[in-house]
Design a protein around this ligand. Structure first.
Ligand code: FAD
Length: 476
């Protein structure tokens, strides 16, 4: 038996025949109701069982997206934008059925503006594709979730990754959007200027809205010059807390480090097996430094001194580009490596983020808590931001394992909230973090979110049942 979806499915009704006919007429074989296609679009990377849409449309333009929105709005049918399908919290599950709108074929880089350090793309462009296509400009786009996510999906989840400590998250790096509203209007938010005080910041409203307020069809993001020098290193520590203390001191001293990632001993074991590395099975920090040759040297020397003070072993350097990519590739695929620690498992992934001053306490208390767990719980983290993930490895067919994982997750979130942190640093709310939002924001703030949702989507068609319940309830 699969563990049930964390929130009961909403009422479903079959697709109105007139809508089906209109989609068939408008999209031909780019509208599919086949079981395989619906199955693929009714799941994500979470451990929750799929909840299938009734049909999938593959859009090719903003005009087509607007047409689908108008039709779904006319018939009050749920509409769920779909990017690369890599979200982790049940975001894509069609809990009320409806249409999944797949944007992956809208994958053109529309305009590169190297002199402004910006690029405009369609939402289906993935982060790796973007960096490949702009390689020759000497610029790069730094935001790198572990999966090869789409820029539209990354906007919608307010994603970040290993580079956020230096370059920020999607919140800081999106300048402008084209958005299709629930009733099919096309609006533009923001401009290509680096800053603006012109009215409410609608761009930021859509960043992190998880497909519940509008469908993003164009994105303009900031780019950065490829650094003159890059060097990467790994360093082993006697304990998690000594590694975390080293990171906190590095950040508090203002060292402009590009990446600093924590990987615990169990995650190192997984990575070693998966990527044929031979790192000692101890807690590690992975570092990357960007800048001029002299700047990188200076940053590295400062960080080496800090790590030595906290019991860190010698730095193991990866200076050649191929060694650096091997190291960071291992970090990026850590999630899949960790899944192999328990064959057939799925991961309940925690995602708390706390103020940097509370990170050591939060990690230490979490480590103590996990000792009693019967489940493997490797930990990795973007610790420079105060954000870490426990991958709680469960057999989703064993309710007792799912219950234990949810208990651990709840305790971690409560701990982070009590320290002034958040239940989700980067993955978003989806279905899985809904119950924590009242605790984090309060009922009145959630009511305000409902007012915004209702104003933008009065028929409640856009990704229904996500982020919060439509009406105030015991758990929000
Ligand atoms: C191995 C692994 C590692 C990961 N590491 C990170 C990490 O380091 N940092 C991080 O932030 N996340 C990480 N994630 C989570 C995931 O990659 C991000 O949430 C990503 O931003 C999702 O993008 P996507 O294109 O896959 O979106 P999808 O999963 O397709 O969709 C996610 C949400 O966005 C909405 N959406 C998608 N496209 C649009 C659009 N064009 N307009 C409006 N709404 C839209 C969907 O309706 C859904 O609610 C990781 C996931 C995996 C599997």
């Amino acid at each position: 038996m699969n563990h049930p979806t964390p929130h009961a499915a909403l009422a479903r009704r079959p697709l109105p025949p007139a809508l089906r006919d209109a989609l068939q007429a408008g999209f031909g074989d780019r509208f599919s109701t086949s079981a395989g296609v619906c199955e693929h679009h009714g799941r994500d990377e979470s451990p929750f069982p799929p909840a299938l849409p009734d049909g999938v449309v593959f859009a090719h333009s903003t005009g087509e997206v607007a047409e689908v929105a108008r039709l779904c709005n006319q018939y009050s049918v749920p509409l769920i934008p779909y990017g690369a399908g890599s979200s982790l919290e049940g975001h894509l599950l069609a809990v009320a059925g409806g249409i999944s709108l797949d944007l992956s074929q809208m994958n053109k880089v529309l305009a590169i503006q190297p002199e402004d350090l910006t690029v405009t793309v369609q939402p289906g462009v993935t982060r790796k594709q973007l960096n490949q296509e702009i390689k020759d400009t000497g610029l790069f786009f730094p935001i790198d979730p572990g999966a090869d996510a789409s820029l539209g999906g990354m906007c919608a989840t307010r994603a970040s990754g290993t580079n956020a400590v230096r370059y920020g998250t999607m919140r800081e790096n999106v300048l402008a959007l084209t958005v299709v509203t629930a009733d099919g209007r096309v609006i533009r938010t923001g401009t290509h200027a680096r800053k603006s005080s012109a009215g409410y910041d609608l761009t930021r409203l859509f960043i992190g809205s998880e497909g519940t307020l509008g469908i993003i069809t164009e994105v303009t993001v900031r780019l950065y010059p490829q650094p003159e020098a890059i060097s990467a290193a790994v360093c082993a520590f006697p304990s998690m807390s000594s590694a975390v203390q080293a990171v906190i001191q590095t950040i508090q001293l203002g060292v402009p480090i590009a990446r600093v990632e924590f990987v615990d001993a169990l995650a190192i074991r997984a990575i070693n097996r998966h990527d044929s590395l031979t790192l000692p099975e101890m807690p590690h920090l992975f570092f990357e430094f960007h800048g001029t040759e002299a700047g990188v040297r200076e940053q590295a020397e400062t960080v080496q001194q800090i790590t030595a003070e906290h019991g860190g072993q010698d730095f193991e350097w990866a200076t050649r580009p191929e060694d650096r990519s091997r190291l960071w590739n291992a970090r990026h695929t850590a999630y899949f490596a960790m899944l192999q620690l328990k064959p057939g498992c799925r991961a309940v992934t925690t995602d708390v983020c706390v103020p940097i001053s509370r990170l050591a306490d939060c990690v230490a208390e979490t480590e103590k808590d996990l000792v009693a767990s019967s489940l493997p719980c490797p930990i990795v983290g973007h610790v420079g931001d105060g954000n870490f993930h426990v991958a709680i490895l469960v057999d989703p067919d064993k309710p007792e394992e799912m219950a234990e994982a949810e208990d651990i997750n709840r305790r971690i979130v409560e701990r982070a909230l009590s320290m002034g942190g958040t239940c989700t640093g980067e993955h978003g709310v989806g279905l899985h973090k809904m119950d924590f939002l009242v605790r984090e924001h309060g009922e009145d703030a959630l009511d305000l979110m409902r007012v915004i949702k209702h104003a933008l989507d009065p028929n409640g068609i856009l990704n229904p049942g996500k982020i919060f319940r439509a009406v105030r309830g015991p758990a929000g």
